[in-house]
Write a protein that binds this ligand. Structure first.
Ligand SMILES: *[C@@H]1O[C@H](CO)[C@@H](O)[C@H](O)[C@H]1NC(C)=O
Ligand SMILES: *[C@@H]1O[C@H](CO)[C@@H](O)[C@H](O)[C@H]1NC(C)=O
Ligand SMILES: *[C@@H]1O[C@H](CO)[C@@H](O)[C@H](O)[C@H]1NC(C)=O
Ligand SMILES: *[C@@H]1O[C@H](CO)[C@@H](O)[C@H](O)[C@H]1NC(C)=O
Ligand SMILES: *[C@@H]1O[C@H](CO)[C@@H](O)[C@H](O)[C@H]1NC(C)=O
Ligand SMILES: *[C@@H]1O[C@H](CO)[C@@H](O)[C@H](O)[C@H]1NC(C)=O
Ligand SMILES: *[C@@H]1O[C@H](CO)[C@@H](O)[C@H](O)[C@H]1NC(C)=O
Ligand SMILES: *[C@@H]1O[C@H](CO)[C@@H](O)[C@H](O)[C@H]1NC(C)=O
Ligand SMILES: *[C@@H]1O[C@H](CO)[C@@H](O)[C@H](O)[C@H]1NC(C)=O
Length: 463
């Protein structure tokens, strides 16, 4: 879930509208007012996403569709009104019956929308994902590499929300991936400074700041216009209005949003850099302040506030905002932002959530650890095998998630009101079909059970 990691090819096109009807089934959906989400990495429907050159695991069919493989976790989720996250692209691989089994077990389904990282207007993205309309060429093929698969419902002309056996499906909730700061212009630091020398010097030291910025500016989404932040926020509104229209006759899914907590916000916010330059126009000093984020301006916190208020103003307050955190670059900076975001959301009466993921991502021999001191740091131990010779890589991820959650509780980021999504977007754990069984140490279900039984329940955060 980190910036750009899930991004796929960006293609621009024009709008053509195609209308197609599917079977509409009205089934009472669930509210999803619980505190915990479980998002296993059965990501094989994301055919565009191959971080290690191969698809990640398999499908829900024969894995999480089989409840007898994870009875204790099912109970933990039910006891806490917990939800399950399923990629929107997976719905076309699933039978209606399998999706209804979650509903009948009282486990709401959160459909994770993959399109929101893309540089298209919010209305175009909504028509594509909800109705399958492509402006010109088949965007499912150009963006998502789903061109001609016969194993799944073809989303072209239908959208993601039609099951393999041709039923229209209304998810209980929709999860929006990050849109900002991925799609805002930024300054290429190497073009701003000569970073090949130490300390770095301004490139074009003979030019003004404005001209230097012009030479370094990169815009990955110029079609989003000049009032970028405002336009990107409005994309949420455009998308949500199509959601309301599409699901009007059933039950309109509530929305969750993901939000980056990364130093990149400071670096990608040009106004922050202008302010930094005013303070530190000497190249050496500027470089130090930039790298170590010594004077953060926290415009991101204001943006979070503005986006949340905007969504609430149209009656679509997020059900939760999940923090997608880089804890390792400068731990103290991220903790500061988390405290601020938590406070902002509390004021708006919107639940604050943590996306609990393994920052070791695709690294093979790695555990996330905390170096305790007056200012504790979250680090990646890149030689985990020496310290923990008995752990396999799946177990390393389990250990990492427990470490990070304990740390966030210790730092008063996670408390009784915090929502937590126990999830993975990486290759780990590797588990296909029956391997997901919860009795197997290191499996995602085992990991979630450990989190409930060793941390959440003893702390009285879960029942
Ligand atoms: C799926 O539904 C559409 C629209 O109702 C229909 O045209 C199509 O034949 C159906 N396909 C299958 C395989 O049932
Ligand atoms: C579900 O898992 C159980 C336990 O491993 C197994 O016995 C059963 O055959 C599975 N059911 C299906 C439909 O795959
Ligand atoms: C689950 O939802 C029900 C119905 O809204 C509510 O009464 C109950 O308190 C919730 N339980 C938890 C643990 O949140
Ligand atoms: C898709 O598959 C059909 C049937 O196999 C084939 O006729 C068609 O040419 C294929 N289209 C593309 C774009 O590959
Ligand atoms: C960066 O500095 C190095 C060392 O002084 C120099 O050789 C190089 O030409 C500079 N690069 C640019 C793009 O000016
Ligand atoms: C600034 O310096 C660069 C490289 O030394 C040179 O190419 C450019 O012409 C200079 N620009 C001005 C406005 O003096
Ligand atoms: C649903 O449709 C009805 C009738 O067309 C309309 O009055 C209502 O405003 C719609 N609701 C939403 C949330 O769009
Ligand atoms: C920047 O300021 C430092 C002292 O703060 C000084 O040592 C250095 O020479 C200055 N660098 C430039 C490029 O002016
Ligand atoms: C956090 O951890 C430190 C060091 O282990 C401990 O002294 C402190 O009591 C903990 N704080 C909380 C709130 O758990």
């Amino acid at each position: 879930m980190f910036v750009l990691s899930k991004s796929v090819t960006i293609v621009s096109a024009l709008l053509i509208v195609i209308y197609l009807e599917n079977i509409v089934v009205q089934t009472q959906s669930l509210t999803g007012n619980g505190k915990f989400d479980f998002g296993p990495n059965q990501l094989a429907s994301n055919v565009w996403y191959k971080p290690k050159g191969q698809l990640i695991n398999g499908h829900y069919e024969n894995s999480y569709s089989n409840f007898s493989l994870w009875p204790n976790l099912e109970l933990h989720l039910r006891n806490n009104n917990g939800s399950i996250l399923i990629q929107a692209s997976e719905i076309g691989f699933m039978k209606n019956e399998a999706l209804m089994a979650f509903r009948n077990s009282n486990i709401p389904v959160v459909a994770v929308l993959p399109g929101f990282t893309q540089c298209y207007d919010g209305n175009v993205l909504a028509l594509l994902e909800l109705y399958g309309q492509s402006p010109k060429e088949n965007l499912f093929c150009t963006i998502f590499n789903i061109c001609n698969s016969t194993e799944r419902q073809n989303p072209n002309g239908k959208g993601w929300f039609v099951t393999q056996d041709n039923f229209s499906y209304t998810p209980d909730l929709l999860n929006f991936d990050e849109r900002m700061p991925n799609l805002i212009p930024y300054l290429d630091y190497n073009k701003l400074m000569n970073t090949s020398i130490n300390p770095p010097q301004w490139l074009y030291s003979n030019l003004s700041w404005a001209d230097r910025k012009m030479k370094a500016r990169i815009d990955v989404c110029p079609q989003a216009g000049s009032d970028r932040i405002k336009n990107l926020m409005n994309d949420y509104i455009k998308y949500v209005s199509v959601v309301n229209e599409k699901f009007n006759s059933t039950k309109i899914p509530r929305i969750q949003i993901n939000w980056n907590v990364i130093a990149g916000w400071e670096w990608r916010d040009e106004h922050c850099l202008d302010l930094l330059y005013e303070k530190f126009n000497n190249a050496t000093d500027f470089d130090y302040a930039y790298r170590y984020v010594t004077n953060p301006y926290h415009q991101d916190v204001q943006h979070l506030n503005d986006l949340s208020e905007l969504l609430c103003s149209v009656g679509s307050c997020p059900e939760v905002v999940f923090m997608d955190i880089d804890l390792t670059y400068i731990t103290s900076y991220s903790l500061e932002v988390l405290h601020m975001n938590k406070q902002i959301l509390k004021t708006l009466n919107i639940p604050f959530g943590i996306s609990l993921v393994d920052q070791c991502a695709e690294i093979d021999n790695c555990i996330v650890e905390i170096v305790s001191s007056e200012n504790p740091k979250v680090i990646l131990n890149l030689d985990a095998k020496s310290k923990y010779p008995n752990l396999n890589r799946n177990q390393m991820q389990e250990f990492s998630l427990l470490n990070v959650l304990n740390f966030l509780i210790n730092q008063s980021i996670v408390d009784d009101d915090t929502r937590i999504a126990i999830t993975s977007w990486t290759t780990w754990p590797i588990e296909i079909g029956q391997e997901i069984v919860e009795s197997k140490s290191g499996s995602m279900a085992h990991t979630a059970n450990q989190i409930f039984e060793k941390i959440l329940i003893p702390n009285s955060f879960a029942r």
